[in-house]
Design a protein around this ligand. Structure first.
Ligand code: SF4
Ligand code: SF4
Length: 247
């Protein structure tokens, strides 16, 4: 190589040794840097993919507390006046308002996201100019987790609520209600992350904890409550359409 042609044998050996050590030191330094950087996904991608959700991608999880109530209502042998067993535990919140409400898998997903942006480039809400970016949902979640982690460290391992929440201070209601639940972000993610799961859980918090929902959905809820169906017609007239189409 012309660059080294003027070097003596000892000079070539010195260059070779110094490059060798440069690479070794560089690799070791990078290994130490990895857990503190976004490159942590190199390692976390393996457990995150191993623990992927294997249910059909359109299947939404029931909320255990709500399902328990429905099961009790449907059980003819259940005593409707039975008192709940005493418990010192505060009732679990509905949905997700802040990072501590997320499941361990959602926390893992936040750290596993490679920020590649495939989800956002497939998101129909983002395509049509809405505020929503599923990539940003994952990054906001991770930022909030890190903020809480730093506060815990500064507080000797204890975290006191700081008056901020993931829902509201990091992710807005406008972003959440822009999601069409189409699953495109889930399907396209190379490491099986579900930004939509976090969005749905935050919507559950908005509706069930704060009674907040857009006008279009509120009327549907009212119809289900009053008519047992999403349409504004009483249950008694449900079969009327047969009179119109049958001779
Ligand atoms: S599920 Fe929601 S966030 Fe994901 S691609 Fe569809 S609209 Fe976008
Ligand atoms: S496609 Fe997956 S890894 Fe890429 S930015 Fe979206 S959530 Fe993160």
């Amino acid at each position: 190589m012309p660059l080294y042609s003027g070097l003596s044998d000892a000079g070539v050996v010195a260059v070779e040794r110094s490059m060798w050590w440069f690479h070794i030191a560089g690799v070791l330094a990078f290994l130490v840097y990895v857990p503190y950087s976004k490159h942590f996904h190199i390692i976390l991608a393996f457990p995150n993919t191993y623990y992927s959700n294997l249910n059909p991608s359109g299947q939404m999880d029931n909320m255990a507390a709500v399902k328990k109530e429905v099961d009790l209502m449907m059980d003819p042998n259940a005593d409707p006046f039975a008192a709940a067993p005493p418990s010192d535990e505060p009732p679990a919140p509905f949905g997700v308002k802040d990072a501590p409400d997320l499941t361990w898998k959602q926390l893992l997903e936040a750290y596993t996201c490679t920020e590649c942006g495939r989800c956002t480039s497939e998101c129909p809400a983002n395509h049509t100019g809405k505020l929503l970016s599923p990539r940003k949902i994952m990054m906001s979640t991770r930022d909030r987790i890190e903020e809480i982690g730093q506060q815990r460290e500064a507080n000797g391992g204890k975290w006191e609520p700081d008056g901020k929440t993931l829902l509201g201070d990091w992710i807005t209601e406008e972003e959440l209600w822009a999601c069409t639940s189409c699953q495109a972000c889930v399907e396209v993610c190379p490491i099986n992350i579900s930004p939509m799961g976090i969005i749905l859980d935050m919507r559950r918090s908005l509706i069930m904890e704060d009674s907040k929902s857009p006008e279009s959905i509120t009327s549907m809820f009212n119809n289900i409550e009053n008519n047992g169906a999403p349409w504004a017609f009483p249950a008694g007239s449900r079969g009327d359409w047969t009179q119109e189409v049958l001779p």
